[in-house]
Design a protein around this ligand. Structure first.
Ligand code: IPD
Ligand code: CA
Ligand code: CA
Ligand code: CA
Length: 276
């Protein structure tokens, strides 16, 4: 049966996220329990867990037939995109949350049979809510976002982690050098959902990263789609929303330019490897 209560879902989710955010803000004066996951800079806190438990609980109670993929393991996981699938990151930018107590977000993307339907990205400390229902326009708080226009590389502000300019196993350190040199400037904020939302809002012209998980980008891609932003893997291939992937998101024109550049670099023998 087709789901058709998107407007009600939107209202509910915005309420849940605001409540979770109140809880997060209030927690900032309490000591955090921090543990390392895969590396010393891959952290999880008691707050990542408790916010995820809260949101998963709300989704399950309200929509028991929906599936949830979430970072800290309270969701169900899923090997297909059939039905309604929620991609949920309770705190995107945990390192910022721990170290800076700012620039972190709650991110939720809702897909129906693989098609993006609703997106919610809330900058908890900046009190900025990016959201959309597909086909009905994207919003930054109450302001409707304009469709993205083209831009030249020389005028572009590009978000990319400079990690990729150092030796690593995913991307030849020289592939992006010319792009960085030609661009107007680079930024790296450390919260993928907000970085994608900034591209959608025209505050950044491109965002490039070699490894994100579905909960990091699920909402951001829906928002981008709504304003005519383009996105793909770094090699130009389509993104599979169930997988870890590289992502290049940009304004139209700039996206083609950057993909063309990457392809030429690969043709010249530079390496580019998708995450497993
Ligand atoms: C991380 C952030 C970061 C990105 C990492 C993500 P987390 O998410 O979005 O900007 O570079 O790849 O894992 O772990 O803070 O939710
Ligand atoms: Ca994490
Ligand atoms: Ca994340
Ligand atoms: Ca997270």
């Amino acid at each position: 049966m087709e789901f058709n209560d998107w407007a009600i879902l939107e209202k509910r989710v915005i309420g849940w996220i605001r409540k979770a955010a109140d809880h997060l803000r209030a927690s900032l004066s309490n000591p955090l329990e921090i543990s390392e996951k895969s590396a010393h800079n891959d952290l999880v806190t008691n707050m990542d867990r408790s916010i995820e438990q809260f949101l998963v609980g709300k989704i399950r109670d309200t929509y028991p037939e929906h599936k949830i993929i979430s970072e800290e393991g309270y969701g169900d996981g899923s090997s297909d995109t059939n039905g309604i699938l929620w991609l949920l990151d309770p705190i995107d930018g945990t390192l910022n949350f721990v170290m800076q107590k700012r620039f972190f977000a709650i991110s939720i993307g809702v897909y129906e049979n693989g098609r993006g339907r609703a997106a919610f990205i809330y900058d908890v400390m900046g009190d900025e809510f990016f959201h959309c229902l597909s086909g009905q326009g994207a919003y930054q708080n109450d302001i409707k976002l304009s469709p993205l226009t083209e831009i030249k590389i020389e005028d572009a502000l590009i978000d990319m982690s400079t990690t990729w300019l150092k030796p690593n196993r995913r991307i030849d350190q020289d592939i992006m050098t010319e792009i960085v040199r030609k661009s107007s400037g680079t930024r790296a904020y450390g919260a993928a959902s907000l970085e994608l939302a900034y591209v959608a809002a025209g505050l950044l012209d491109a965002y490039f990263t070699m490894r994100l998980s579905p909960w990091d980008y699920g909402a951001g891609l829906i928002l981008l789609n709504e304003v005519g932003g383009l996105y793909s893997r770094a090699d130009g291939e389509q993104i599979n929303i169930l997988s870890r992937t590289s992502i290049l998101a940009a304004r139209p024109g700039l996206h083609e330019y950057m993909i063309q550049h990457i392809k030429e670099q690969v043709a010249e023998g530079k390496f580019l490897t998708e995450p497993q």
